[in-house]
Design a protein. Structure first.
Length: 376
């Protein structure tokens, strides 16, 4: 994470017209001591070149489509930033990038490191039994650049192995972790949020609220982190599932996150709550996604994925409580709806290929090191 007190207000209120220009200005403030400004501009240009399309759901809800990247999810942005940043920061062949991931996070990382031609190979640590799913068109680019290993156990064990090898010299390369809670990934998500604000601010006269997907603790942490730097968001809105009391929000609900990565996010919120008005920054609204999903197909035919549908349902419920006409709620489309379907169905449709792990390893450095011989 950037050291010291960052201030991104100059970037946010700049007259820059392009989505990527605003992000570039913010990155130059946050990472001024990490890279030459010209290199940083190139990184931002490559990672955030696709400006999200915008649409509306009524007068007060702005939908921003983040699923336009190579694997069809918002994870493509932070993965592309991480790949380009490390490619510029590390000498070719000096690093071994390691990430515990699954699903669309794993897919986005594989796509980013295969497309950039980085001299730093990526080792993906998947939970036992998982496969890497990537668009069929990208499969040929993985050879020699991405090694898929399955870790005995679940995602928690894969994350434990990522932490265990981080900083170790293995096979003459330094292991660089890039899991979803690592600094480069969180900075990448924060920069995306800053860019989204630049799109949402046009013509706004009231409060700006960002609707978050259910269960994305690190996403909430990223948003609060950016708010502490000066992102002028009035609040973050969380969907509340049927039967959950509104008083059960925040730290009570966060206790449900058990593995170490989410636990670290909960620890951040506890520290944040001691310094800032967390209760007024994080709102909740009930969601009945199953009963509202049909009307969450937008006028242009854009269909929201499950997480975005729940966020949009919460936004509609929040407006009904009296926010109509007083706030604009931003609902990101987090992924293409095909990610909600079964992986086998996507493979049969030819849109995606499932890649088996090259080897199975335990959460042990020696076991991990032995498997690297498969990286050619």
């Amino acid at each position: 994470m950037p050291e010291g007190e960052a201030d991104i207000r100059t970037a946010i209120y700049s007259p820059a017209a392009l989505f990527s220009d605003v992000i570039s200005l913010a990155a130059s403030e946050l990472l001024s001591e990490d890279l030459d400004p010209r290199k940083m501009a190139g990184i931002i240009s490559s990672a955030y070149s696709k400006e999200p399309h915008s649409d509306s759901l009524g007068a007060d809800i702005l939908v921003l489509d983040l699923s336009q990247g190579p694997t069809g999810s918002a994870a493509d942005y932070s993965a592309a930033f991480t790949a380009a940043f490390l490619d510029a920061q590390l000498d070719s062949g000096s690093g071994l990038v390691v990430a515990a991931a699954r699903g669309r996070e794993a897919s986005a990382l594989a796509a980013a490191f295969s497309r950039i031609g980085s001299g730093q190979p990526l080792v993906l640590l998947l939970p036992k039994g998982d496969r890497l799913h990537v668009p069929s068109a990208l499969v040929s680019g993985l050879a020699g650049r991405v090694l898929v290993l399955e870790v005995e156990g679940g995602l928690a064990e894969a994350r434990a192995l990522e932490r265990l090898v981080a900083g170790h010299l293995v096979g003459g390369r330094i292991c660089v972790p890039v899991g979803s809670s690592t600094p480069s990934r969180l900075v990448g998500r924060s920069l995306l949020l800053i860019g989204l604000f630049s799109l949402a601010r046009a013509g706004i006269s009231g409060d700006l609220i960002v609707a978050a997907p259910p269960g994305d603790l690190l996403g909430l942490v990223t948003g609060l982190w950016a708010w502490s730097w000066g992102l002028p968001v009035s609040a973050f809105l969380l969907p509340r599932l049927p039967g959950e009391p509104s008083s059960a929000l925040l730290l009570d609900l966060l206790s449900a996150y058990g593995d170490s990565e989410e636990a670290s996010g909960a620890e951040f919120l506890e520290r944040f709550d001691a310094d800032y008005p967390l209760g007024s920054l994080v709102l909740s609204a009930p969601t009945g996604r199953e009963s509202t999903r049909e009307r969450l197909c937008l006028a242009n035919g854009l269909v929201l994925d499950d997480a975005s549908s729940q966020a949009a349902a919460a936004a509609l419920a929040a407006l009904a409580t009296g926010l109509t006409g007083h706030a604009r709620i931003v609902v990101p489309r987090f992924a293409h709806p095909f990610w909600d379907g079964a992986a086998a169905e996507r493979e049969l449709a030819g849109a995606e290929k499932g890649i088996e792990a090259a080897a199975s390893v335990s959460a042990d450095v020696e076991d991990f090191s032995a498997a690297l011989g498969l990286l050619r």
